[in-house]
Design a protein around this ligand. Structure first.
Ligand SMILES: *Cc1c(COP(=O)(O)O)cnc(C)c1O
Length: 373
């Protein structure tokens, strides 16, 4: 039989589409003693985590909490709670994650109407408005704020205005945007939003912050049918995470991961949300300059490029997989491959959270310079 021993991972620099480098403060927090998940001290931590999340999302929504599962579960939580059989949902697709939203709508028994735009381009606002006009019974407008597959920022504020103008709810994917670029849940009137722990929050993977407006909560409480997922039914989860209410057992929270989430949000609060956005913008500028020196082209128009996810055209004659393997083996550096229709054509260089710092950018540029020689 194979002989087993403790797994000691190498220290990589994670500059892909997530997970990003985890701040050692967060790893330390995670290694502290496990408390019972209904221990009064842990409940206090849950309340404080909610408050810090409200800060990060810029919201006063009472129903704001971290779901005990990755970003994909946050996505699912928004759709299963708001979409009932027969409901029409307008989904904006300009990358991988828009397609996943359609999957979610259909599995809820809903009807997906789609606005499709080219990968690497923004969702076209006129097309969205035309679709909303043509289908007055649309219940939800769903879109991805920061499309990690293409490096494109969609116009979240304007899309939410359209949702309000045509009297529908909005579901926003902020997995890659939270903590990296401007996001204002209350200011923009977002009804349901989900994010992820492992992108610009630089926390360990496996937690998904969500927030629902009072309007969305009203819709959830007045459903005709039961939410088809027991685990993600917000009506049940609020008994566990609801503020003030006496906590009732729903599931066992991943206690140590919640220590990590709390620490990640505390770090964001200490830095200041606006400062974090600025740091990502500056990191992107430095990386873009360096890439251009190396003769590498960023594929997304600078007007709607994500600073935290940089899509670079792979130069002709360079073997994608071999180059990334060399970066990993010789430089302990991970960058992302292209997804879907971009596979083999681009690399995705993440500058997310703790990973967005001059030292990492210099390391990445030096490594690329060496392997491209
Ligand atoms: C990473 C990502 C997800 C999924 O998050 P997981 O934690 O991997 O489940 C969803 N949407 C976007 C835009 C993402 O970048």
């Amino acid at each position: 039989m194979h002989s087993f021993s403790t797994f000691i991972p190498p220290e990589r620099t994670l500059m892909g589409p997530g997970p990003s480098d985890v701040n050692p403060r967060i790893l330390n927090a995670m290694s502290r003693p496990t408390l019972g998940h209904l221990d009064p001290l842990f409940i206090e931590l849950m309340d404080q985590t909610k408050q810090l999340l409200q800060y990060a999302f810029k919201t006063e929504n009472a129903l704001t909490m971290p779901i005990s599962a990755p970003g994909s579960a946050g996505m699912e939580a928004c759709f299963v709670n708001l979409v009932e059989p027969g409901d029409k949902v307008l989904v904006c697709i300009n990358g991988v994650f828009g397609n996943r939203m359609v999957e979610n709508v259909e599995r809820c028994g809903g009807v997906a109407i789609t606005v499709n735009n080219t990968w690497g381009e923004q969702t076209d606002l006129n097309q969205v408005e035309d679709a909303l006009k043509a289908n007055p019974d649309i219940k939800v407008l769903a879109f991805v704020h920061a499309e990690t597959s293409t490096g494109v920022r969609n116009e979240a504020k304007v899309l939410c205005e359209l949702a309000q103008k045509y009297d529908c709810l909005s579901i926003v994917d902020a997995v890659t945007s939270l903590g990296g670029i401007e996001l204002d849940v209350d200011g923009w009137g977002i009804d349901a939003i989900y994010s992820g722990s492992q992108k610009c929050l630089s926390c360990v993977p496996g937690i998904s912050p969500v927030s629902f407006s009072d309007k969305a909560v009203h819709v959830i409480q007045n459903r005709k049918t039961k939410v088809q997922s027991w685990f993600l039914d917000m009506n049940l989860i609020v008994g566990y995470w609801g503020q003030g209410a006496k906590r009732a057992y729903h599931h066992t929270a991943p206690v140590n991961s919640m220590y990590a989430m709390y620490e990640a949000l505390l770090i964001l609060k200490e830095e200041g949300l606006e400062n974090a956005w600025k740091r990502h913008a500056l990191g992107h500028e430095k990386l873009a300059l360096g890439l251009s020196d190396l003769g590498l082209d960023l594929t997304v128009d600078s007007a709607y490029r994500l600073p935290q996810l940089n899509v670079v055209k792979i130069p002709d004659g360079v073997d994608d997989a071999a180059a990334r393997k060399q970066l990993l083996e010789d430089f302990n550096l991970e960058i992302g491959a292209g997804l879907g229709e971009h596979a083999g054509k681009v690399w995705r260089i993440g500058l997310m959270g703790y990973a967005c710092k001059p030292r990492n950018i210099d390391h990445c540029l030096a490594a690329l310079r060496t392997i491209l020689k």
